[in-house]
Design a protein around this ligand. Structure first.
Ligand SMILES: Nc1ncnc2c1ncn2[C@@H]1O[C@H](COP(=O)(O)OP(=O)(O)OP(=O)(O)O)[C@@H](O)[C@H]1O
Length: 281
């Protein structure tokens, strides 16, 4: 079950940006390094991570297991501390950004409390933050409408399909109206048809809300379909092997996946993944 620290993490007012980065840079990573000390020795989860994510970007992180995708997302959310380099979110330290509710975080498992209704799950972070009841109701209604779950407020998680539960968890992450949404393989456990549908819905939500999204995936088609920027990563040590700025238009019907432009980007991602493996040999 998620900790209060993990389910919080959405936006409101907070410390002013310290202007270490241009205004439209939301995430600025410079030479970020993160080493876990374990009984078997140090694990270099992240090394030489240099990346700027701008406002309104949809950025996917793709790479084999253990390349540091989750660790990087957790570092942005101040759930892990880099051991080197600098990392800012809206010009603040990740910890300041967390306290100012700069982002919503969606986990791989929906992580809904089974004894709470869908609306009560969505309102939980708002309760923790002390929003008054009327505001909690208003926000829950708004975000449940955004993810197409109007009418399911009084249902319990087990009464919803896996895809609907994941949409509810996205609604919970949106409840603070943060400009930044961090999503760690939110659709990984779903079948392909449901996943396609949720991908379409997420793109439409992104277009309507103009949020900045950081999205972890193992799927090349998902990364290419969703992203304006694709960050290809590789393990041991966890590092970035390629950053691809997508030439695809922001408006994307599902059948864009059959176009030569799409296949070309997918090819480059695949090459980046291969290059990362070659490094290990
Ligand atoms: N708390 C921790 N303590 C020690 N090692 C860790 C910890 N968290 C992650 N690691 C290690 O850091 C490396 C990066 O892990 P991470 O979970 O970020 O990879 P990932 O790319 O998200 O993998 P996956 O696709 O399997 O989720 C791995 O070698 C992992 O074993």
């Amino acid at each position: 079950m998620l900790s209060a620290e993990e389910i919080e993490g959405f936006a409101d007012d907070g410390p002013e940006p310290t202007d270490t980065a241009p205004r439209d840079v939301v995430i600025d990573a410079r030479d970020v390094e993160l080493v876990f000390e374990t009984n078997d020795g140090p694990v270099h989860a992240l090394q030489d991570i240099n990346l700027q994510i701008s406002k309104g970007d949809f950025v996917s992180f793709i790479g084999p297991s253990g390349c540091g995708k989750t660790t990087f997302l957790r570092a942005i959310a101040a759930l892990e501390q880099p051991t080197g380099g600098t990392l800012t979110v809206n010009g603040m330290s990740p910890d300041e950004a967390r306290r100012s509710r700069a982002y919503g975080y969606v986990f791989q498992a929906a992580g809904l409390y089974p004894w709470r209704t869908i609306a009560a799950n969505v309102k939980l972070p708002l309760e923790i933050m002390g929003f008054d009841k009327a505001e909690q109701d208003r926000r829950a209604q708004d975000v449940l409408r955004l993810v197409d779950l109007e009418g399911f407020e009084r249902k319990y998680p087990w009464q919803l399909s896996g895809g609907m539960q994941q949409r509810a968890s996205i609604a919970r992450a949106l409840a603070f109206d943060a400009d930044l949404l961090l999503m760690d393989e939110p659709f990984g456990a779903l079948d392909e048809i449901v996943r396609d549908h949720l991908n379409e819905q997420l793109l439409s939500l992104w277009a309507r809300t103009e949020k900045t999204i950081g999205f972890v995936t193992h799927s090349i088609p998902e990364a290419v379909y969703l992203s304006t920027k694709i960050v290809v990563m590789s393990p041991r040590p966890g590092r970035i092997t390629d950053v691809i700025d997508s030439p695809l238009p922001r408006e994307r019907p599902l059948d864009i996946r059959d176009t030569p432009e799409f296949l070309e980007v997918a090819h480059r991602v695949r090459e980046g993944l291969r290059a990362g493996h070659a490094y290990d040999d």
